[in-house]
Write a protein that binds this ligand. Structure first.
Ligand SMILES: [Zn+2]
Length: 262
């Protein structure tokens, strides 16, 4: 790995390099890392900005949505002047304005069974910042089958959840075997969400991405972090591999994406 830095890089990342746990080697790992962020909304915006600021060398952003006025209460990478523009373009521009040295690949498309494998193939770590169960399960299944680390967050109203799914550890379906019936769990567009809650959740997600890349601390594999912003309380719930899991269990039902009705 290339651990030579320019004077400009040494200044930009000085507060990272000062940390014994990061140092020049950790910063070089960040520069070499490739992270895919799926969703350029409330979670994806802070994620992309902090990953770019941290010097993650290659960042992919997947979203087919356009910026609307109602997004701006929480999706901080988009500005009022961006209304109508593709979110991936707006988020990429915001990331590059912070750090022009990183490479950002905007994918103006909706995640689908047809494109997910190609999208994942160029990346080491994947972040779920989507807002619907169909995309969450598709991404979780595809990441497991491709052996990618998935760092997942979800928000609703005043609450957030966060976990990491690593190869060999419990998978998303060990935690949540199947999507809830349509209409049972409301979306943020139906039930609302406090803007800053998405910012904290996306920033926690970014923190876990940086830790995974550098290889420091204790990750969230096998742990679900639950945050209640109204009570301002954080809880950790442990979970293990489910031997009956449809994806990673002893007799998996899902062995490729075509096998589960996608
Ligand atoms: Zn599993």
């Amino acid at each position: 790995m290339d651990i030579d830095f320019t004077e400009n890089e040494i200044q930009r990342y000085a507060r990272h390099i000062l940390l014994a746990e990061v140092g020049g080697v950790g910063q070089a790992k960040l520069r070499a890392a490739r992270v895919l962020v799926v969703g350029a909304g409330g979670l994806g915006c802070p994620l992309v900005l902090y990953l770019a600021a941290a010097g993650v060398g290659t960042i992919g952003i997947v979203d087919d949505d356009r910026v609307s006025l109602s997004n701006l209460q929480r999706q901080i990478a988009h500005a009022t002047a961006d209304i109508g523009a593709p979110k991936v373009v707006s988020a990429a521009n915001a990331a590059l304005a912070i750090n022009p040295a990183v490479v950002v690949h905007p994918y103006d498309m909706r995640l689908s069974p047809e494109n997910v494998d190609a999208l994942l193939s160029g990346y080491d770590i994947v972040c779920d910042g989507t807002d619907n169960f169909a995309a969450r399960y598709l991404l979780a299944d595809a990441c497991y089958l491709a052996g990618k680390i998935l760092i997942s967050a979800a928000v609703l109203r005043f609450e957030a959840q966060l976990s990491t799914f690593r190869p060999g550890g419990p998978c998303y379906r060990c935690l949540y075997p199947e999507a809830p019936p349509a209409g049972l769990v409301p979306s943020c567009s139906e039930a609302g969400v406090l803007g800053a809650v998405t910012g904290v959740a996306g920033t926690l997600q970014a923190t876990e991405v940086l830790k995974e890349i550098i290889g420091i601390g204790t990750g969230l594999s096998g742990r679900l972090l639950l945050w209640d912003a109204l009570e301002m309380s954080f809880r950790n719930v442990g979970f293990g591999r489910d031997p009956a899991c449809a994806l990673c269990g002893a007799h998996p039902r899902i062995t490729d994406l075509s096998a589960h009705g996608y």
